[in-house]
Structures are given as structure tokens and as C-alpha cells.
Design a protein around this ligand. Structure first.
Ligand SMILES: Cc1cc2nc3c(=O)[nH]c(=O)nc-3n(C[C@H](O)[C@H](O)[C@H](O)COP(=O)(O)OP(=O)(O)OC[C@H]3O[C@@H](n4cnc5c(N)ncnc54)[C@H](O)[C@@H]3O)c2cc1C
Length: 634
């Protein structure tokens, strides 16, 4: 045998990690192991396609006749049945997830493919389900509510709305279609509260060293986090008779609010903050609920509905059994470590990450006063007579400067870096109070607002905000006169869906800035701490006894979740928040590359509305008929 061939064989069997064969194999192995999933990329919200159509519905239109035409258009769903710029949003009905399709061709293709799977039929318009809507000059349409059934697996009933416009020749076409999963026959209704199903397993709990394969579970679903998101989900899971438990590290129901600063109040309305399954805060409560109201309402919701909750319990670690698709959770509770098994876990950890963002200005040690992050702030009462500075200019910064003023600080200054979007609550109320009312069930209000495609929700909010800002110039001019840089034409959906904050809903503090009671410094950036306060880039200084950083939090919920599930599984989770190219919120309530794990969260309305869909996905999986997810990209 030639020597060079022997050398070659020797090199093949060489155990040296640096041999070329090893290197090649290592490369192949890495490529084989490389996961074939990709986290959903973020897409700029302002570039989402679609918008309001330009059309005029004749005054003498017969809406009932148009309703029948609209149903026929959905049944046919050829590209010509839609306007070119049409939108279709599906919420866990035809696509088994949340999707928004744009353009007549894409919608026709996606509907046709999903209809082949689900065989929709029996389309009906409920009595009084059709109406003309005229939101502005040259913009009008006929809106038709509809319901239907399917014969695929799982069978389901769906509902939604169709909006149609006449073209120049009078032919009606769809410009917007919304379809939503309603019920799955054979399952209890997700919207009617039922008695709690008890947990159960029939093998002893595992120990950390023997955690390999356990098919018996304690729960079908463990929810980590008992704030609004976890509690709403729990309610719908209970209605669907899913065995679940909520874990929360705080010691009391409502701890997600009571463990924040004392003056917390929600800036949106009482109506927008309700739980599902009936009104918790009636008209006897104020418009803006405070911590004590929130805690009281959360306790009543938990008690009245017999929600299953383990308090003072922190989820520390998990293992996933790929074969049986079962999670084992390691929990710390009352000084003990316990283990629990569940088919699904839901991360309801709170949206904004948990690591305080703390700019590192030099000279911190030289400052003689108090420095803290808003995470550690409780009350300004102890600072009476002191000089206070708050760094930051969004909601929390406004709340804390207001507290300092109310507590009798001798001076209060807000340090602002760039222009802050400010939305007076009366503008917010002008949009939302028409829909969220004491005498309308919150589920009805939600279904009027939240299912709309993101691009349309954003367009409608910008129209209302622009109108308001143009009619209330004095308010914004007043802020600017005091040195507060204001973004008066606020892109609300950019703040809510891309930044999750960074804005202020004015509930009184802007007024105090305009009156000069709270000072603003925005003309120079901070260079360093001094012994007595802060030094700015322009050489000016500001003295203080206390400096609070209201500078937000690092990271997103994916990173907080990774701390619990570990890096390998964490890699397979979507980033939390920001929108994808369809305008759907990333990571939120949808299946991810890692099975049996979900994220929930958002503001109060979103957390409530989407909980029912997340509960139905979990129920369908537990019953062995998971929703079929359409991944097509026509
Ligand atoms: C000061 C403030 C004001 C706000 N005002 C409004 C408003 O006016 N309107 C509005 O719509 N939204 C508002 N929001 C946004 C608000 O956060 C959400 O609307 C809502 O409260 C989010 O609920 P959540 O359940 O997702 O998160 P959270 O309320 O943050 O609850 C998360 C829970 O998870 C628990 N947890 C986290 N990690 C673990 C773990 N490892 N183990 C066990 N438990 C864990 C925490 O203890 C916490 O109780 C406000 C937020 C803040 C901070």
C-alpha cells in the first residue's frame, strides 16, 4: 500500500482534534446541529403596507343586499373580488396563528389554500350585522359582520367582519377581511367561567438527577407571572377546563402593582383595564385606577373566579422532555425547592425586561446625595425640602417628578434627552371612551378595536392625534416654552408596539411643567456627577440632594425567559415585541420554534384580548387536536 495512502488513512483515524478530517466532521456536525429556525425579524411599523380606501358609498345603498354580496365575495375570493390594496387579518381561525396578508393576490392565494384545509361553509350575517361607515370625506364603506363553520380538523366556528367598497363601475369589492376563531365544537366556551379542574399526577415528582422522561403531568399549563396577562389567561384556561396554575414571586395578589412605587396609577381608563368575565371596577371607581383599586380588583377577580395561584413562588429553572413533550419546573417557594410537571408553560413575566437601564456617568462616587433607579423608588415623602432631579421624560419620570412636587421638594427638575411624545389623556379618551364604556361588555369593546390590522389602527390613531394636536397648539407651545421638547404628532403605535413606552399620557404633570412648578433641562447632555449634583456638556451644573433614574429597563421578555429555560431553548424563542413584516407582534401569543412554550403580555387591553386565543391553542393541543398553523407566504 503506498505510504501516502497509509498516511491518509492514519489521518482519518487520528484523534487529534486538529486533523483536517476532524475539522471537516466538526464543521458538518455543527451545520447539522445548527437549528433551522430563525427568530422573526422586526419590521418598521411605518413601512407596513395598506391603508384606508378612497370610495364613496351611495346614500341610498341597500346594506342588506350588499351584505349578501360580501358573503359571496368571501366564498369566491378570487383576486378580482378584492381591491388591490386589500388586507386580511386572521386571528387563529384559518391560519391557526395571527397573520395579516396584504394585496388581492396574496389574500386570494392564502384564503384558497387555508380553505382547502378547513372547508369553511354556512356563512351567515347576524340580524342587523351590516352598516355603512363614513369616517371622513371621500372615505366610506359597508361593514358586514359574519359567522361561519368549518369541516376540517379541528372543526371550528369562526366570525369576523368584511368591509366592502364600490369601484367606479359600482362593483363591490372587499378592502378588509377579518376572521377570528370563535369556538371549537366539543370544547367548553372559553368565555363562560367554569369550575376549576383539579391537578393530578400518578407518579412521584422527579428529583433533579432523575429528570429524564415523565409523561404524567401535574398541570396542562403553568403560567409564570400573575399580573394582568397571567390572570386573564388563567380565566380562559379555567373556562376551557384546562388544569393550570399561576406562579408569582410576589407575596400578594396584585403584587405586580403594589410592589411598584406608591403613586402608580394607570393612565388609561378604568374601562380599558377590566378583566374578562364581567365588570370588576364599576362606576364607583375613579377613571384612573390607583394601586389600591388595582390590588382590590385583582383580589376580587381571583377570589370570585377561584383562580389557582401559588404566591411567593419563583420559577427558577426548567427542563423539557422532548419525547413526552413535558416540562419539569424547578420552583423556589417559602425557602424550599419544589418540582412540578406541565405540558405547557406560559411566560407572563412582564414586558419590559427586568434589568434597570442605568447610564454610567463618571463621578458617581463623588456625589454626596442619593441615587436610585425607578425600580427601587417607592415614595418621595422622605424628601420634603430636598432638591430632586429625575433623569428621563416618559411616564415614570412624570409620575416621580409629580410625587416630588407633591411631597414638598424645594426644587424638582426633569432632565430630558430628546423630544418626548406626549398624549393628553383627553385625546386618548376621545378615541377609546367611545368604545370602552361601563354599559358595554369589555369583550365587545375589544373586538371593535383590537382585531384591526396594525397598519389601520396606527393610521386611525394618527388621524385623531394630528387633529387634536392642531386644535390644541397652546398646550404643546406651553411645554416648549418651558424647555420641554415635545413630539406633538405622536406615533402612538410606534410607542406601544415598537418601544413599549418612551411616551407620556398626560394626566396632570405636563400642566405643572407648563406652570413652571416642575423645571426641565433639555439643552445639554449630562457629562458627569459632581459632589453636589450634575455637570452638563455645556459647562452648566445643577445641584440636587436626590437623583432618580427613570431610564427604563434593558432587554425583552425573551431574555428574561432564557434565564429560566436556559440558553439552548432560549435560542428558539422569538424576541418579544416589535412587529413582523405583517404588523403582527413578535413572540406574542403565537407558536414558536420551541413547542409547548408561549409568551403573553402587552398593555392591559392586549393582554386581555389575546388571552382567549392563547388559551384555545393550549386547549386544542392538550386535547390532541392542535390548531394547524399556516406558514405560507403567498
Ligand atoms: C407604572 C406603570 C403604569 C402602566 N400603566 C398602564 C396603563 O395605564 N395602561 C396600560 O394598558 N398599560 C399600562 N402599563 C403597562 C402594564 O405593564 C401592562 O398593561 C400590564 O400590567 C402588564 O401585565 P403583565 O401581567 O404582562 O406584567 P406584570 O404586571 O409586570 O406582571 C408580571 C408578573 O410576573 C411575575 N414574575 C416575573 N418573573 C417571575 C418568575 N420567574 N417567577 C414567578 N413570577 C414571576 C412578577 O412578579 C409579576 O407579578 C403600565 C406599566 C407600568 C409599569
Amino acid at each position: 500500500m503506498p505510504q501516502n495512502f497509509l498516511n491518509f488513512l492514519a489521518s482519518l483515524v487520528s484523534s487529534s482534534p486538529t486533523s483536517p478530517v476532524d475539522q471537516k466532521l466538526a464543521k458538518i456536525n455543527t451545520e447539522l446541529e445548527k437549528p433551522n429556525y430563525q427568530r422573526t425579524p422586526a419590521f418598521p411599523i411605518h413601512k407596513l403596507p395598506g391603508g384606508l380606501p378612497k370610495a364613496n358609498v351611495p346614500e341610498d345603498v341597500d346594506v342588506n343586499a350588499v351584505a349578501q354580496i360580501a358573503l359571496d365575495l368571501v366564498k369566491s375570493m378570487k383576486p378580482d373580488d378584492l381591491i388591490e390594496d386589500a388586507l386580511w387579518r386572521d386571528l387563529w381561525a384559518m391560519t391557526g396563528t395571527s397573520r395579516t396578508f396584504h394585496s388581492n393576490k396574496s389574500i386570494s392565494a392564502a384564503w384558497t389554500e387555508t380553505a382547502r384545509e378547513h372547508q369553511p361553509h354556512d356563512f351567515k350575517v347576524p340580524p342587523g350585522g351590516a352598516m355603512v361607515m363614513r369616517p371622513g370625506p371621500g372615505v366610506s364603506w359597508v361593514q358586514v359582520k359574519y359567522a361561519y363553520r368549518t369541516s376540517g380538523r379541528p372543526m371550528f366556528t369562526g366570525k369576523g367582519i368584511i368591509r366592502v367598497v364600490p369601484d367606479s363601475e359600482g362593483k363591490w369589492r372587499i378592502w378588509l377581511l377579518i376572521s377570528m376563531l370563535d369556538q371549537i365544537p366539543g370544547f367548553p366556551s372559553p368565555d363562560i367561567m367554569a369550575a376549576r379542574v383539579l391537578p393530578g399526577h400518578n407518579s412521584p415528582p422527579p428529583t433533579p438527577t432523575s429528570m429524564k422522561s415523565f409523561s404524567d403531568v401535574d398541570y396542562d399549563c403553568v403560567i409564570i407571572g400573575g399580573g394582568m396577562s397571567g390572570l386573564c389567561l388563567a380565566g380562559h384556561l379555567q373556562a376551557l377546563k384546562v388544569r393550570y396554575v399561576i406562579l408569582d414571586k410576589t407575596s400578594k395578589v396584585g403584587g405586580n402593582w403594589t410592589e411598584r412605587y406608591d403613586s402608580v396609577q394607570i393612565h388609561t381608563s378604568r374601562g380599558y383595564g377590566q378583566f374578562p368575565f364581567g365588570t370588576i371596577w364599576g362606576p364607583e371607581y375613579p377613571y384612573h385606577l390607583k394601586t389600591s383599586h388595582l390590588a382590590d380588583g385583582y383580589n376580587r377577580y381571583v377570589k370570585e373566579n377561584d383562580i389557582n395561584m401559588m404566591l411567593s413562588t419563583t420559577a427558577e429553572k426548567t427542563w423539557f422532555d422532548e419525547i413526552n413533550k413535558v416540562w419539569t419546573l424547578q420552583l423556589s417557594t417559602g425557602g424550599n425547592v419544589i418540582y412540578m410537571r406541565s405540558r405547557h408553560i406560559v411566560m407572563a413575566l412582564g414586558a419590559g425586561g427586568q434589568i434597570p437601564k442605568m447610564p454610567n456617568y463618571p463621578g458617581k462616587d463623588s456625589f454626596k446625595g442619593t441615587i436610585l433607579h425607578s425600580k427601587d423608588y417607592r415614595s418621595a415623602k422622605v424628601w420634603e425640602g430636598k432638591r430632586g432631579i429625575v433623569i428621563g421624560s416618559a411616564n415614570t419620570a412624570h409620575d416621580i417628578t409629580n410625587d416630588m412636587l407633591e411631597a414638598g421638594c424645594s426644587s424638582v427638575t426633569m432632565i430630558q434627552r430628546g423630544a418626548t411624545p406626549v398624549l393628553p389623556v383627553e385625546c386618548w379618551s376621545g378615541i377609546y371612551d367611545k368604545v370602552y364604556k361601563d354599559d358595554v361588555p369589555v369583550s365587545v369593546s375589544d373586538s371593535m378595536m383590537i382585531p384591526m390590522p396594525t397598519v389601520l389602527q396606527r393610521a386611525m390613531s394618527m388621524m385623531a392625534i394630528t387633529k387634536y394636536a392642531n386644535e390644541h397648539k397652546d398646550f404643546y407651545d406651553g411645554l416648549e416654552k418651558q424647555g420641554f421638547k415635545v413630539d406633538r404628532y405622536m406615533d402612538l403605535y410606534h410607542c406601544l408596539y415598537e418601544r413599549f413606552g418612551g411616551h407620556y399620557i398626560e394626566v396632570g404633570t405636563s400642566k405643572k411643567i407648563i406652570e413652571g412648578k416642575i423645571k426641565v433641562k433639555s439643552d445639554s447632555s449630562i457629562s458627569s456627577f459632581t459632589e453636589n449634583g450634575l455637570l452638563f456638556a455645556d459647562g452648566t451644573t445643577l445641584d440636587a440632594d436626590v437623583i432618580v433614574f427613570a431610564t427604563g429597563f434593558e432587554g425583552n421578555m425573551r431574555e428574561a425567559a432564557e434565564e429560566i429555560v436556559g440558553k439552548e431553548i432560549g435560542e428558539k424563542l422569538d424576541d418579544w415585541w416589535g412587529v413582523d413584516k405583517e404588523g403582527e407582534l413578535r413572540g406574542a401569543w403565537r407558536p414558536m420554534a420551541q413547542p409547548n412554550i408561549w409568551f403573553t403580555g402587552g398593555n392591559l387591553g392586549l393582554a386581555r384580548f389575546y388571552a382567549r386565543y392563547l388559551a384555545m391553542q393550549i386547549k386544542a393541543d392538550v386535547e390532541g387536536i392542535p390548531l394547524k398553523v399556516y406558514k405560507g407566504d403567498p
